[in-house]
Design a protein around this ligand. Structure first.
Ligand code: AMP
Ligand code: ZN
Length: 136
């Protein structure tokens, strides 16, 4: 399989690496939303959060917490976003699971987000009943 993040995570393609252990590599994003924008990559290939085993998901979030703390201290950030996209409809462009670590600074103009809609009664009732049914 020809996956760029598999190659980067496993050191076949060099990347600016902030952190590495047996299971993960954290690299700087080549198209940063803000200074220091980095990516947590598992070394094994999982396309998205649905494929990611629970244990790996838990470790990925622990690593996100560690990196957020270290990067906030080192870069003197004013805030921090953790973003994780699944599927092209959600903005995923590289289909190897990754978490975005995005340091934020007052007035950095990174400006991603959404336009808030209104929660209708019909949507609320439909979503509550459908999701709870699957969770049961
Ligand atoms: P996503 O849209 O969530 O799939 O994010 C993919 C991210 O990977 C984007 O922010 C890209 O800038 C970044 N990216 C793609 N290729 C590379 C690469 N070779 N090295 C570093 N970052 C990359
Ligand atoms: Zn991969």
């Amino acid at each position: 399989m020809d996956c760029i993040f598999c190659k980067i995570a496993n050191g076949e393609i060099p990347a600016a690496t902030l952190y590495e252990d047996e299971e993960f590599r954290v690299i700087m994003d080549m198209g940063p939303a803000a200074k220091g924008h980095s990516l947590i990559l598992p070394k094994e290939h999982y396309a998205n959060i649905y494929e990611l085993p629970e244990e790996k998901a838990a470790k990925a979030f622990l690593l996100a917490k560690k990196m957020a703390g270290a990067m906030t201290e080192a870069l003197d950030t004013d805030g921090f976003n953790i973003v994780q996209n699944n599927g092209s409809a959600a903005g995923q462009t590289v289909f190897h699971f990754h978490m975005h670590l995005i340091p934020r600074y007052e007035k950095d103009g990174a400006g991603f987000g959404w336009n808030p809609g209104n929660l209708s009664d019909a949507d609320r009732d439909e979503v509550l009943s459908k999701v709870k049914r699957v969770l049961q």
